[in-house]
Design a binder for this molecule. Sequence first.
Ligand SMILES: O=P(O)(O)OC[C@H]1O[C@H](OP(=O)(O)OP(=O)(O)O)[C@H](O)[C@@H]1O
Ligand SMILES: Nc1ncnc2[nH]cnc12
Length: 179
Amino acid sequence: MTDIQELLLSRIRDVADYPEQGVMFKDITPLLADPAAFTALTDTLADIAGATGATKVVGLEARGFILGAPVAVRAGLGFIPVRKAGKLPGATLRQAYDLEYGSAEIEVHAEDLTTADRILIVDDVLATGGTAEAAIQLIQRAGAEVAGVAVLMELGFLGGRDRLAQALDGAPLEALLQL
Ligand SMILES: O=P(O)(O)OC[C@H]1O[C@H](OP(=O)(O)OP(=O)(O)O)[C@H](O)[C@@H]1O
Ligand SMILES: Nc1ncnc2[nH]cnc12
């Protein structure tokens, strides 16, 4: 494990049985509160954005906003929020998906994505992959290309990587930590 990975891992707090029995919640608020760790995470994800040739960063509500927005600024790219349904005022594309603990719908402003865009999706956690898969589907339905998915951590036992393989169609899935 690299020094950066050790730093990031040391700032993630495990919370048992949250938000429901049997879930080990990975809390990133200690990482966000540590400027060295947050900066290292932002810089590492911005390097990935550059390497994938992304033209814009999509962040997934809500924790993907916190990570994705500074990555977009650092990489010199625009930022597009993918929100839980009902939060965006303009014309949207909407996609339903299942979570480790429940189900939801996400939306994006259709006008934010063009056929010229290559999108890096940024989030904190890849768990079942339901959220990221729905985001990939939204981006592809808008005619844009998915440059890749970059997450702070992957919960490998939940199989998200396998779930995304087909939708990613060879685009990279980068997880800084395998948990
Ligand atoms: O791979 P999956 O099984 O889809 O799970 C991962 C998603 O779950 C969490 O978000 P959540 O929906 O809890 O929203 P939040 O960021 O607003 O807390 C996390 O931030 C990811 O977006
Ligand atoms: N175990 C977990 N911890 C934090 N965020 C999550 N999103 C889905 N599963 C999660």
